[in-house]
Design a protein around this ligand. Sequence first.
Ligand code: GLA
Length: 389
Amino acid sequence: MNRQELKTKFSEVFGPDSTPRMFCAPARVNLIGEHTDYNGGHVFPCALSFNTYVAAAKRADDKIRLYSLNFEKIGLVETDLAHLAFDKKQDWANYPLGVFWAMQQRGIALHGADLLFWGDVPLGAGLSSSASIELAAAVTLNTLFALGLPQTELAKIGQEAENKFVGMNCGIMDQFASAMGKKNHAILLDCNTLKYEYAPLDLKGVSILICNTNKPHNLIESKYNERRSQSEHALQQLQSRLPIKALGELSEEEFEKNQALITDPVERKRAKHAVYENQRTLKAEQALKAGDLEQFGRFMNASHVSLRDDYEVTGAELDAMAEAAWKQPGVLGARMTGGGFGGCVVALVKNEHIEAFKQNVAREYEAKTGYKPDFYIACAEDGARELND
Ligand code: GLA
């Protein structure tokens, strides 16, 4: 759908009186550093060319009207600034409503607005369609009402909407990547301090290929929250001897020396993943900087193994996809990306092998799981922004 079509739809849904402004916010793929964000570690995502688009106009009253062309059966969602509340029936609209709410919580004065959404982000695929909806709403309100909030603040507002309004206890990675993405760059983010740096994705004949298992990652919320509390409990036990605030502060050696403090063997594995994955992410970024893509790929493979064996968030489909990918010629590395339990694998593949990769992996994956996969080449793009004609 192009911008003109979105504007036309806007008039159809909300009436012809106002001329909407256009915004977008991207999905993300995480290259390495999984389940480290809420453990105070590092992540290494990039924003994608899949986006949520918004056509929006402010209103003179306090009404909020939301409509999504991806969820037409939900219809128009209408409320006002004084009555913002989560409601399961509002479905997707809880994300933008959560953004209005999180802004209000910060004492920001808002007015009503009409927002029309449309996105090309694969839904439920672990590429953060929800964060892209939140950031699309956040950048829209920030611009329409001239709030002057920095992009990092919009990321925090998106996370707060998701944590406290929607009730999904995610970390900051997805919202940060959607807010702060930069064309042709990945973002190394320290989730403990929110310090970040951009790393050029100079891949010399290699592409980032996203392999969608098409296994919806349902149940992710309960399992995600369980992993979070297991890691937090392991941290508490380590804190009986170590002056740390997060697992991300530990080196592998410090973890090995102190791991016996964690009494539950499952929680010990969870903490081990968080510590090793964080260190692996730092080393992987160094490898990328040094132009050593082979080494980066080996770190990706090790990340998948750790997520499979120690954090136990992969599942049959993600494992089948990664294993099929690992066998292919021209593959430097492959791992699950996002929260897990379904969703996508991300692979580094030499360009001349991509076509054969897709065919072979699709055949093997489908034979093993019964799902037909999809493949997308990832292009690192800019973060949430207004689109000017
Ligand atoms: C989901 C969450 C993120 C992060 C990843 C796992 O995508 O939204 O905050 O925890 O899972 O790395």
